[in-house]
Design a protein around this ligand. Sequence first.
Ligand code: ATP
Ligand code: MG
Length: 417
Amino acid sequence: MSKPTSHQPIILPRDQHPISRKQIDEETLKVLYRLHRNGQLAYLVGGSVRDLLLGRKPKDFDIGTDATPAQVRRLFRNCFLVGKRFRLAHIRFAGNKLIEVATFRRHPREDELPEDHDEHFHFVQNVFGSPREDAFRRDFTINALFYNIADFSIVDHVGGLQDLREKKLRVIGDPLIRFSEDPVRMLRALEFAARLDFSLDETILAAIEAKKTLIATAAPARIREEIMELYRHKVAGPVLKQCRELGMLPHLLAGYPGTDESIALISKIDQRTASGVPIEEGFAIAALYLRLFMDSCPPSPDLHITEVLHKANEIIFPHCRYFSIAHGIRHQARELLVGCFRLARGRGTRGERRFLQHPLTPKSLELFKLWSEVRPELLPLVKEWQKAIQTSPAEKQETRRRPRRRRRKPSTRLPTH
Ligand code: ATP
Ligand code: MG
């Protein structure tokens, strides 16, 4: 098949691809049809087309159209526009379900960009364009395929169909330029290759080598979200390992270079997520820093817990400040680290009963158990603690006494009224 280098896309008619309307969410279809009936272009775009072609279940269905956000709002009663800078139409359905409709956009010309460089990222996303221009502003060829509701065809402006067949992740345009424009794309490249088991085009790795330090200039909130995506997609271990090997990790994580063992632990967490346990951010942060924390607090009966708390705080604080992690999540990460310290110290120390009844102790033990898979010498401790936790509630009941009622003294206070 020829590459779509001319100004014509490759169009794959319905009988030459496997996507059936049965696989598309019902409400998404309604929105696509209504746009189409009103004379607008209406495409399924982005990750959903990629996933359907790969026989995977899409996470969500995004719609692209040539209708402006205001036109979309006029067509749908249940529609509201969101985003001050990035105008999107959200169409709401029963059960709080949202369908996102975005107007096709294009890359602005150099002379159209605002003078303030910080404004570029948002501005770049906001200039309306043609479907072809919209395909070219996307990150990877496999993420730029369209499904056209008018004739149920696939529209490929960028060569994504061929790359899908060859299981190749390819950046649209020159990776050096596209990574400089938006450094988060480097992380996304590693993420998609790992998630889909695709090979990375060599130019991508070379461009990451060249541009890795730029990741530190990306908005921390976006990095934080992409890192959590890695965990949710069960590829945090391999991707962070690659970031470490490429020397990108310290630029990604506010100066923290990571350790081989923490990355091995994160791979264990990926397996746990794959078995159906949802990932929590506090757990993810604790895992990232567990090895460093354990080195700074070797298990000793003499170390006072306030000192241990202090160390845990010190270690995760730069991360939490950089990524503006909420207090509750930071607290959980810290408690998990302190819990692992207590578990590593072994049984029979002060405060053990209270520790066994602490609501976060089972989770600390879960983390510690995964850690013991990296450090097998800890396995016997895990067994001991598992037994202790299992028997702990029974002990609690046996020893719990009814609080004695104090006999009220006759009140000496004067009535207030
Ligand atoms: P997922 O299954 O993770 O949702 P996705 O491909 O839908 O995968 P999103 O992050 O939801 O990924 O983004 C939707 C689409 O927006 C992408 O498929 C891609 O076309 C485009 N996109 C997202 N982030 C970028 C970016 N940083 N630069 C260019 N295009 C992007
Ligand atoms: Mg998506």
